[in-house]
Design a protein around this ligand. Sequence first.
Ligand code: ZN
Length: 229
Amino acid sequence: MDKLPYLDIHSHRRSHAENAVAVECLSMEELTLKKTKGAFTSAGIHPWWLEDFTRAEILNLQTYVMDLVREKKLWAVGETGIDRVYPETLDFQIELFHWHRELSDDFGLPLVIHNVRSGSDFLNILKKNPPKSPWIFHDFRGNAELVKELLRLHPDCYFSFGISIDNSPQIRELLPTLPLTQVFLETDAQKHLDIHEIYLRAAHTIGIDLDFLKSQVWMNFKRISPSQN
Ligand SMILES: [Zn+2]
């Protein structure tokens, strides 16, 4: 590859911009059909899904995730996580998060994390049980203090940004303060913003050259990619 690709660490889309490489996060339907298409896939049980499904149905989804992990079809486990906007399912969310994180540790796969108002939950988990695998906080919305604490407890934490660079002044302030070795970029579920735009805006916000940002993010991706064996 003579030109470095735009790495998109977390995408729910199935068509990507030119010269982009994405880690595709499976929908529930794709997970049920065990339909992995792209070169890089992640699968997990999104905390929002717990609203609408029974424990038995969720257990079924867990077996599909397990199968994919065993068949070596996944680059990462997730997204999984804790979302305090949905307190009714909080206990179950936390229980499932532990299941995902153990799976990611057992198989040496990165973990893609959905975190909404649950920074202190993750800090508590890290204090009790330090993981071995990289943790990627997708669409990270926390502050510098949380970043510092997370990295102190687990230096293999990564923070990914997308639409937030546009719509959050707090994130525009945070981004230039982060070590570039811990940064990723993503389209997530955005339909109208492509990964090229996100890189341009991130490079501008951090105050670095676009190609430098691309190569740094690509190196981060290579560094945490599970070893093929
Ligand atoms: Zn997502």
